[in-house]
Design a protein around this ligand. Structure first.
Ligand SMILES: NC(=O)C1=CN([C@@H]2O[C@H](COP(=O)(O)OP(=O)(O)OC[C@H]3O[C@@H](n4cnc5c(N)ncnc54)[C@H](OP(=O)(O)O)[C@@H]3O)[C@@H](O)[C@H]2O)C=CC1
Ligand SMILES: O=C(CO)COP(=O)(O)O
Length: 333
């Protein structure tokens, strides 16, 4: 039995542990709060994040990182992106040298403008053959309900990607392999920003032409940024690009789209943060993605406009007007 540690027991970590349990693995979830561990071990349910979902018998929980990671073959990392460095620095001594680390996170670190796989490499010193990413159209609640879905597992070492694919495959969850870690990570982080823009359009009451235009231009923008850094263009046409963009931008379950909708309805970022504890990774990663775009010399108009609304420099309506009426550039449609 493959031993897998999942750090931590939020929405996606818990939903992914359902996949891992169903796939026949021995899973230990790390949670930072006792009540989460008690609910998982006692009621077989993460009542706070995924009420009504019974966890497979091979999933247990602990607050002790050493107990979670003991003898793990695979360590899955899924905390809000901006907290990865601090959390992983604390967990790293407990992670076995043999373990492959798998990021489920969709964000880019503020300040360093590093992708999650880069933060993992920096904090743990692991080589690319020990670092992988899972990214795709995977809304946690739907995955936990075992609704059919696919995803991408990417690792620079193709054999490792194939091993992980086998460890994560269930009757409801189909992972495809890739060696394009960068493309998957940029796709996963950028779709959150586009999800914010689409949410704003929905909140403003605009219809499908507006949202389809934003989704399509968002994909072009994502691909441009990823390809300028060496990603495979096909990655952005696949599950970790277009697939995730469609799921996020279409679903009321998406926290990023919901956050954007509230901005579109006139709430400020501060008011939204005060009203919910749910993460909208795009609101934080927007600046990092803009930093990356600047570094590699590509335009990122959707990210620029979303950032202006998140920061309160523009209203959502001004953003839409400005995005559509800006100087025409020689961009291919
Ligand atoms: N939810 C989804 O559908 C999907 C999410 N993702 C990605 O997975 C990552 C995690 O998201 P998700 O699981 O949804 O987030 P949640 O908010 O649901 O869970 C976050 C988890 O991280 C823990 N945590 C540890 N340190 C911190 C910290 N410093 N600040 C806040 N939380 C902390 C939380 O603990 P506590 O409960 O004690 O606060 C909780 O267990 C994100 O990058 C997201 O983009 C990717 C695909 C799907
Ligand atoms: O990444 C996701 C779906 O693939 C989840 O999106 P949100 O973080 O916007 O909820």
């Amino acid at each position: 039995m493959t031993k897998i540690a999942v750090f931590s027991a939020g929405s996606w970590g818990t939903a992914f542990s359902v996949v891992l349990g169903d796939a026949g693995n021995d899973v230990v979830l790390w949670a930072r709060r006792d009540e989460v561990v008690e609910a998982i071990n006692g009621k077989r349910e993460n009542t706070g994040y995924l009420p009504g979902i019974e966890l497979p018998p091979s999933v247990s929980a602990t607050t002790d990182p050493e107990q979670a990671a003991a003898d793990a073959d695979i360590v899955v990392l899924t905390v809000p992106s901006q907290s990865l460095r601090e959390n992983l620095t604390a967990w790293a001594p407990a992670i076995p040298a043999k373990a492959t680390m798998v990021s489920l996170m969709k964000g880019v670190e503020l300040g360093s403008i590093k992708r999650m796989s880069e933060v993992i490499a920096e904090v743990t010193g692991a080589g690319p053959e020990r670092i992988a990413v899972v990214s795709g159209p995977n809304l946690a609640k739907e995955i936990a309900r075992r609704e059919p879905a696919a995803s991408v597992v990417a690792c620079a070492d193709e054999d490792v990607a194939k091993q992980l694919q086998r460890a994560f495959h269930t009757a409801a969850f189909r992972p495809y392999t890739s060696v394009d870690v960068l493309g998957c990570e940029i796709g996963g982080a950028y779709k959150n920003v586009v999800g914010l823009a689409v949410g704003m359009a929905v909140g403003l009451g605009f219809g499908d032409n507006t949202t389809a235009s934003l989704i399509t231009r968002g994909l072009a923008e994502t691909a441009r940024l990823a390809m300028a850094q060496g990603a495979n263009p096909l990655t952005l046409m696949g599950l970790a690009g277009l697939g995730d963009l469609v799921a996020t931008c279409s679903s009321p379950l998406s926290r990023n789209r919901t956050f954007g909708e509230k901005l579109g309805q006139g709430m400020t970022t501060e008011e939204i943060y005060a009203s919910t504890s749910q993460v909208a990774e795009g609101a934080k990663s927007c600046k990092s993605l803009l930093g990356l775009a600047q570094r590699v010399g590509v335009d990122a108009p959707i990210a620029e406009h979303v950032d202006a609304v998140v920061d309160g420099r523009m209203t959502a309506l001004e953003m839409m007007d400005s995005f559509i009426s800006r100087d025409t550039k020689a961009e291919m449609g």
